[in-house]
Design a binder for this molecule. Structure first.
Ligand code: ADP
Ligand code: ASP
Ligand code: MG
Length: 465
């Protein structure tokens, strides 16, 4: 069970998820209790990152003041949820966690430098504190919960701020430590998002990484289901921040979920599905404010053919890079040379299209863009276009029904499209367009496929004209 930031935003929200965890624990065999991965309280990771930036600017007092506010917020939750000796111990642990970060930020402010390694050590405080609070709050209400330091379990490489798990080591530790707790009927509670190298250096799995933590641990334990508890009813047909009333997608395939997560459906971290696929474990997205609704179930099986798209995602503020070379493009080895540049600067490419004389790619991580462009210019002409976006229409049915593609393109006929791509899997159609055109384009696409349904049962839509 992964509890997202808004699901643990404050004492009231934590009280709600405690009821959810308790019900799950009670419905299961005594030696198969749930394992709980907790995000930082809502907004805390953003605030910790902001404090790190202040430290980088040399503003030690600003960073400290901000951390003290965060500490107060955690102490308020701790006071509302625990009492007596448990409260005293929890407060001491949370204070110690924040004192550690304050000390670190003050040192970093002197250096005016926050390395990725120091960054991870600082932001991990959010999950370390929240998971301690949730564990204590569960215990306070009689659920046999034990806090576990995720850094002793989730072992990763040293790619700070976006570390990848080392599954063999992680699984060995998971089954040893969490397996023992489960056998004793205890609910293990640990922070999501964080891990450590084998040397014990704190790492993080990238923003939104608590989903990934839950899937990694779930895969190691071979659980029946990975539950992602969040603030929406499940995977929706579009980002609710872009489309006012998207619909719930009741079921989708791992492949569809991966595409949607990768192309912007923030409700799921893009890597979450990987461990689940490896062990064929269903992933369910659920709303902690409406625990009785069914949510979205993600499984290996493709959805039944109902002639529809599954959902639309958008990834905003990407950069298009056009690489043109009249001499070289058809020469063998050109593409290798081109993509080696992206590999050298560890930058992922999202969409690729080629024509006879040019290759266009999109990237969203522009930290090393200047170096990439410089390198590409040694053998091609290069032009960059920022403030672009990707819209990705996803559905297993795209493969079987070519009219879906036509309908999608037709729905966008008045929107200037920069690139259009359909990959071999034919599970998605990807459009690259100006970021300012996203609301209009998303509305048109969503209207075409999901509006005016007279009947909506998950993804079964009947369109009325
Ligand atoms: P949590 O803190 O629980 O991890 P997130 O904010 O990371 O929550 O993810 C949930 C949010 O994802 C939703 O509130 C919603 O705004 C956003 N979102 C974007 N696209 C989608 C989508 N297709 N379906 C559901 N939610 C989406
Ligand atoms: N707290 C982390 C973040 O905000 C991880 C997560 O919430 O999944 O990115
Ligand atoms: Mg999230």
């Amino acid at each position: 069970m992964k509890l997202g930031g808004t699901s643990v935003a404050d004492a009231d929200a934590i009280a709600r998820v405690i009821a959810i965890v308790r019900a799950e624990a009670e419905s299961r065999a005594a030696d198969k209790p749930p394992v709980v991965a907790v995000s930082a309280l809502a907004g805390v990771t953003d605030r910790l990152i902001d404090a790190a930036h202040r430290a980088e600017d040399g503003d030690a007092d600003g960073a400290t003041a901000s951390l003290n506010e965060l500490l107060e917020r955690h102490l308020a939750a701790a006071s509302a949820l625990t009492s007596g000796k448990r409260h005293v111990e929890l407060v001491a642990a949370v204070r110690e966690e924040f004192a550690g970060v304050v000390g670190m930020m003050r040192a970093l402010a002197v250096l005016r430098e926050v390395s990725p390694r120091s960054f991870d050590a600082s932001v991990a405080a959010g999950e370390l504190a929240s998971s301690r609070i949730v564990a204590a709050a569960l215990a306070e209400r009689g659920v046999p919960a034990v806090w576990v330091d995720a850094r002793t379990i989730v072992i990763t490489d040293a790619e700070h701020t976006g570390a990848a798990p080392q599954m063999a080591e992680t699984c060995a530790r998971t089954s040893q430590s969490l397996g023992r707790l489960a056998a004793g009927g205890q609910v293990a509670v640990l922070g999501g998002f964080i891990g450590a190298t084998v040397q014990g250096i704190t790492t993080t799995l990238g923003r939104g990484g608590s989903d990934y933590s839950a899937a990694i641990i779930g895969a190691c334990l071979g659980v029946d289901e990975i539950q992602i508890w969040t603030d929406v009813d499940g995977m929706l047909t579009a980002d609710p921040r872009v489309i006012a009333q998207p619909r719930l997608v009741r079921q989708l395939s791992f492949a569809e979920a991966s595409e949607l997560a990768y192309f912007g459906a923030k409700v799921l971290h893009p890597s979450t599905i990987l461990p689940a696929v490896a062990k064929n474990i269903p992933v369910r997205i659920l709303n902690s404010r409406r625990p009785d609704s069914d949510g979205t179930l993600i499984t290996a099986a493709a959805r039944p053919a109902d002639g529809q798209l599954t959902a639309i995602a958008c990834k905003r503020d990407v950069t298009v890079i056009d690489i043109t070379s009249t001499r070289m493009l058809m020469a063998h080895g050109f593409l290798r040379r081109l993509f080696e540049v992206f590999e050298r600067f560890r930058t992922a490419v999202d969409v690729v299209t080629t024509s006879e004389v040019s290759v266009s790619v999109t990237v969203d991580d522009t930290r090393r863009l200047d170096a990439i462009v410089d390198n590409l210019r040694s053998f091609a002409d290069v032009a960059c276009e920022p403030q672009m976006a990707i819209i990705c229409a996803v559905g297993e049915n795209l493969r079987a029904d070519p009219t879906l593609f036509v309908r999608a393109v037709t729905a966008l006929e008045r929107v200037p499209l920069r690139l259009v791509s359909q990959a071999a899997s034919r599970r998605n159609v990807t459009f690259v367009l100006r970021d300012v055109d996203v609301p209009n384009a998303m509305t048109r696409l969503h209207d075409e496929f999901f509006r005016a349904s007279v009947h909506h049962e998950g993804t079964r839509l009947t369109k009325s004209f």
